[in-house]
Write a protein that binds this ligand. Structure first.
Ligand code: URA
Ligand code: SF4
Length: 187
C-alpha cells in the first residue's frame, strides 16, 4: 500500500470509529488532511464546532490564527499535514480525557508512520503532553526535541491568543523560528 492509500484507509476507519465515547456526540470525525509526503506535520488538540461540522481540521477561528502563523513562517498550508490528538470533538470543547486520548492514539501513530515527517509540530499543552508527559510549554516552546527517530517542535495553541493576547508575539516568534529551521534544512 502506498502512504497515500494508508492515510485514506485510516481516514475511513476514523470516520466510522466507535472506540471511545466521543463518537456519541460528534457530527463528523476529523481525520486530518495534507499530503502523505509532508515534511511538516501539525498536531492540535481536538476538533471544535466548525471542524465537527465540516469534518476538516482548523477551519474556525483557531484555524485562521494558524493560517496567519504559517504565513509568518513562510510555510504553505497545503504542504503540511494537519491533525489533532483526538479526531472527534469533545462536548462543549472540554479537554480530551485520558481514555479518549489513549483510544485515539493508534490513529495518530499510524498517520505519523505513514507520513514520516521531518518535524512534528505540537500545538498546545494537550499535544505536548501526548508525547512528552513531563514537559511544560513554558520551558520547551520554540525548541526542537528528539524522541527516537522523530523530531518535535512545540508551541502554544493558536486559540490561546484569543484568551491571552500577550502570547501572540511569542507564537509568531516560535513560528518564525520553525520557518527558519525548515528553510535551513535543519529539520
Ligand atoms: N483547535 C484544535 O486544536 N484543532 C482544530 O482542529 C481546531 C481547533
Ligand atoms: Fe474513535 Fe478517536 Fe473518535 Fe474516539 S476520538 S471515536 S477513538 S476516532
Amino acid at each position: 500500500m502506498t502512504d497515500e492509500a494508508v492515510l485514506q484507509e485510516l481516514a475511513r476507519e476514523i470516520r466510522s470509529c466507535v472506540k471511545c465515547p466521543l463518537h456519541l456526540s460528534r457530527r463528523n470525525a476529523v481525520p486530518g488532511e495534507g499530503p502523505s509526503d509532508a515534511t511538516l506535520m501539525i498536531i492540535g488538540e481536538a476538533p471544535g464546532r466548525n471542524e465537527d461540522e465540516q469534518g476538516r481540521p482548523f477551519v474556525g477561528a483557531a484555524g485562521r490564527n494558524l493560517d496567519d502563523l504559517l504565513s509568518e513562517a513562510g510555510v504553505s498550508r497545503d504542504s503540511v499535514f494537519i491533525t489533532n490528538t483526538v479526531k472527534c470533538r469533545p462536548p462543549a470543547n472540554r479537554r480530551p480525557a485520558r481514555d479518549e486520548l489513549d483510544a485515539c492514539h493508534p490513529y495518530l501513530r499510524r498517520q505519523t508512520e505513514a507520513i514520516a515527517p521531518k518535524v512534528i509540530v505540537l500545538l498546545g499543552d494537550a499535544a505536548l503532553k501526548e508525547f512528552f508527559p513531563g514537559s511544560s510549554l513554558g520551558q520547551v516552546h520554540g525548541k526542537t526535541m528528539k524522541r527516537g527517530s522523530l523530531l518535535f517542535f512545540s508551541t502554544y495553541h493558536p486559540a490561546s491568543v484569543i484568551y491571552n493576547p500577550s502570547l501572540k508575539e511569542v507564537l509568531k516568534d516560535d513560528f518564525r523560528k520553525l520557518g527558519a529551521l525548515t528553510r535551513e534544512g535543519k529539520v
